[in-house]
Design a protein around this ligand. Structure first.
Ligand SMILES: C[S@@+](CC[C@H](N)C(=O)[O-])C[C@H]1O[C@@H](n2cnc3c(N)ncnc32)[C@H](O)[C@@H]1O
Length: 481
């Protein structure tokens, strides 16, 4: 398999890097780029290396070519494509770094063979996406696009996101013409390209790049684990994360999204989660009167008696499937989380010999190397800042599966392009820097939930963040349950 040399743009707290590791890819993340100081401090603590903090919109071709990378991982800002961000699309300044990267991509002498992009729902109808896929098509990439949420992969969380996986046609060893057929007759992509009618897949697994017309995709159903498997034993009562009685009483008729530990769903945790001003942006947990499962939101006294709390940052990080430095003396609670198989599940990271994407039953322990890297927040970051970074981030398991099952999947009949080390470059034998362990023993929790802490800009985007995921929540919930 090709040795993957990846660049991680808009790295945040490293969700793409963790996903890359968990995909089992043969390779390494060479460099990451972000300009958020708190995210970069967290990234440094987790991976032992600081991202480049120079603005991505100031990177030039020479700055990128020096890495000789063959893979780009990108999760650009989502505000240009959300109602809260006014849907300004390519006219929004926050879209500039992505559009700038596309300009640079076109100028590269050796464009990356592999490209991965994550963004919010709505991106798929944006002018930015139109520009992206039109450019990719022109440059000879084949690609798959999808709108998927963690629950599609067996994780009890709704976080519907757009993903694009693109591969240079030449990496399959086929001609760079509009239609390519491999020697065994499988079709690499449809003859005609129209960005308006390209399929955006909405179920998992999706067809791999090389479609074998003799095979058809089968549905796959997961048994989704209960939330209690993600719960923080140290926060059983969650005293530090309880919503105050006063806050609940001040919000008659506010429909809190209340979950019980036995729930097999949760709403998207946005970067506004944990804010006591909005009491929203993600699901809340009931800790008292557990036999009460119907809620009268008009009677806020009855809601205030339920001991409602926020999930802790550790719990949110677990639901986002970040590897954490935790002791696993107990049996793996996810081992029984197997799927209802009506499709053969591929359990190996490099399952080849099948042109369709393969499915792994969800098991977060597969993302965790014994030695790390683990997600580690600096002690100085308060709970609200951690929620914000997590809310900006992504689901590591989803990224891992899309990379493993689609982007890096091997294809029958495809010659295996070999990585050619540059002079003096012994990369193929190198340890991934990601495997360096940090000697910081602090868990991700560190600080306590400080409800008097400044909100660090939460309020500006809060309404938009809430709206962003509100619309899809009800339908998704129905599908999870
Ligand atoms: C959606 S978040 C990506 C989060 C990331 N995938 C993670 O796992 O945390 C977008 C990131 O882009 C960064 N960003 C926005 N504009 C940037 C720019 N011009 N240059 C570098 N980073 C930028 C933000 O700081 C933010 O961390």
């Amino acid at each position: 398999m090709t040795f993957i040399r990846a660049l991680e743009f808009f790295s945040g707290i490293g969700g793409l890097h963790f996903g890359f590791n968990a995909s089992g890819a043969n390779g390494q993340v060479l460099e990451s780029f972000d300009m958020n100081q708190q995210a970069n401090d967290t990234y440094k603590l987790s991976f032992g290396k600081s991202p480049v903090s120079r603005g991505i919109d100031r990177l030039m071709v020479k700055d990128i070519e020096k890495y000789n990378a063959n893979c780009w991982l990108m999760s650009p800002p989502c505000q240009p494509y959300t109602r809260g961000g006014k849907l300004l699309d390519d006219q929004d300044n926050r879209a500039k770094p992505l559009l700038h990267l596309l300009d640079q991509l076109e100028k590269l002498k050796t464009p990356p063979q592999y490209l991965f992009l994550e963004n919010v729902k709505n991106f798929e109808t944006s002018r930015s996406r139109h520009r992206l896929v039109t450019l990719l098509n022109k440059m000879g990439y084949v690609f798959r696009e999808c709108l998927l949420a963690p629950y599609n992969f067996g994780v009890p969380n709704d976080r519907l996101r757009y993903f694009l996986m693109a591969r240079l046609r030449s990496s399959f060893g086929t001609p760079t013409t509009a239609t390519s057929t491999t020697h065994d007759g499988t079709v690499l992509r449809p003859e005609k390209f129209d960005p308006e009618t390209e399929i955006i897949y909405s179920s998992w697994p999706l067809p791999a790049f090389v479609e074998d017309p003799r095979k058809s995709l089968q549905q796959h159903t997961f048994n989704i684990p209960e939330l209690q498997k993600f719960m923080d034993e140290n926060e059983k009562d969650g005293k530090d994360y309880l919503l105050s009685r006063q806050l609940i009483l001040e919000r008659p008729n506010f429909r809190f999204d209340i979950l019980q530990p036995t729930s097999t769903r949760s709403a998207c945790f946005t970067k506004a989660y944990g804010s006591h001003h909005v009491a929203g942006g993600g699901s809340l947990l009931q800790t008292q009167k557990m036999d009460q499962q119907e809620y009268d939101f008009g009677n806020s006294e009855s809601i205030a008696d339920l001991g409602i709390r926020f999930l802790t940052p550790t719990e949110v990080a677990r639901i986002h499937v970040f590897p954490l430095d935790e002791k696993h003396d107990s049996p793996n609670p996810f081992e029984s989380t197997t799927c209802t198989d009506n499709v053969e599940s591929g359990s190996s990271a490099h399952s080849s010999g099948d042109s369709l994407t393969t499915v792994r039953p969800f098991n977060p322990r597969l993302t965790q190397g014994r030695e790390g890297p683990f997600l580690r927040f600096p002690d100085k970051l308060k709970a609200l800042q951690r929620y914000k970074l997590l809310g900006n981030s992504l689901n590591v398991w989803v990224v891992a599966e899309l990379l493993r099952g689609v982007l890096f999947a091997e294809h029958p009949g495809a010659p295996r392009p070999e990585y050619q080390p540059a002079d003096g470059d012994s990369e193929s034998n190198a340890e991934r820097p990601a495997m360096e362990s940090s000697n910081n023993a602090e868990g991700p929790e560190g600080g306590k939930h400080d409800i008097t802490a400044p909100e660090d800009g939460l309020s500006e985007q809060t309404q938009g963040d809430l709206q962003e995921d509100e619309s899809s929540r009800e339908t998704k919930r129905a599908r999870v349950e």
